[in-house]
Write a protein that binds this ligand. Sequence first.
Ligand code: SF4
Ligand code: SF4
Ligand code: FES
Length: 536
Amino acid sequence: MPTFKLDGKPIPFEPGDTIIRAAWKLGIEIPHYCWHPGLTAPANCRMCLVEILPKPGQRPLTLDILELDTKTGEYRTAQKPKLQPSCYMAAAEGMEVLSDTSEHVKRARHDVQEFLLLNHPVDCPICDQSGECKLQDYWLDHMQTKKRMRDEPVHKPKGVVFGPTIVYDGERCVMCTRCVRFMAEVAKDPVLDMRERGNLNEIVVSPGRQLDGHYTFMTEHVCPVGALTTKDFRFKARVWFLRTAAAVCQGCATGCNAHLDYDPRYNKAYRYRPRDNEKVNKFWMCDEGMLTYKEAHDGRVPEALVGGKEKPLGAALDQARALFSGVPKESIAIVLSAQHSLEDNWALRELGTVLIGSKSVFKSGKPDGYEDTILIHRDKNPNSKGVEQLAPGVKALPLLVDEVKASRITHVIALGGAAAVDVDGLRSAKVVVVAAHAGPLTQVANVVLPATSWAEHAGTYANVKGLRQESEKALEPLGASRPAWAQLAALATALGYEPSWKSMKQIRTRLGGAADARPASLPATAGAGQLGGGAE
Ligand code: SF4
Ligand code: SF4
Ligand code: FES
């Protein structure tokens, strides 16, 4: 692979890589605002300037400047190297580039930073980006001096509602155009643009339109400063109180990688942010997926239910035993869930087909919905593929309703509350459901055992391509909930069997090892702002 040198360090690159991208691939940051690895480069912020040394015999690229002679107090003509934007300059074999080691580059970064802050309100104490803002980070890294301008800054529109989800603050905007390019290049809806010139620049929505669609949250995420905020997260939390877990979005079969930001003091999830994964979601997530963090709390089944009434877990297990006592295995069916993890489904398959000996295996999940060619899959379940891998030829839920109506099946053990079809016909059977969320199946259940949500225990999910991805635990379990695989072990014991699984580790060994994609290990104590882990 060809290489160039950055501050003396050899950097390998692929043909076509820019200097900044080659460095970024190695985890070396050249400061930048407008560049984003998933977007085109307009090279408009000038924060990424670097010095490229001339090759032997090559004429150096220089600029004529006026320099103050401090002894005489007079200006004199001088020359300095012409710095180049590393986000636009292609890497070339043998090139020598100076970034952190060039005094000219350091001065340029300081001055670009001062320029960007000239008219900036510096309202960090009330800004949602505070703690994860590039202006803050780069002031500390590259400026560290007070603003010299004493004039009233130029004022611009504030609190502009761009659409149902996003609010814009023109005074905080550094005009990097990342939001404009994201909407045009990724969302394929060029609804944002820049108007006016110089210090009157502002970002606007096309006349007659609003910023809407399925990818508006990403404009806030690519914004390097606090100019775009989501109505959902605005004024809700300070990011330095948040911790983050590497999660897998539960919104559809794409299985986008996400950071789940939560506040451990309140055991509460606050937002999702995309986690980079070139193979799955690149740098992006959709709005619907970003909002599924709310399901860590909403629609939950926190306590055991018997006949729809809350009961202690022991009483619910006793009731399950009473319902299933002496029932022949041919009359018992199990329902795996595309909403639950591979581990949870494995435990139910083990209980149903090995311990009980049933041959009737069905699957449930949420109904299909909107899809596009960007990210969103019509299958709104995170683990349909996993269920198919565990139980090839697994039958659809309507067939179970038919079996129950024909009295061939009289008893059902199901995972998850979701169902895509009318399951009222199951009321004539005795149904035990282990679920994190309420849904049609919990409504027809005689006994419900509360399970932890994906946010409360680690789990593995196979996305539409069959890629097994692990989602980390973030929150503590709600109420009496426990991981579904643990509830199923308790249910197995209550029904008189000896469960062959006692831990997640045992299940994973039986499942064939770890997930294909494990999240990179993250420091436990750093705030979400430091834990970007993503592109930006
Ligand atoms: S709103 Fe944010 S992303 Fe858009 S141009 Fe301004 S600073 Fe850049
Ligand atoms: S595309 Fe699917 S997996 Fe990705 S964020 Fe949206 S809902 Fe979640
Ligand atoms: S990152 Fe290169 S000019 Fe903005």
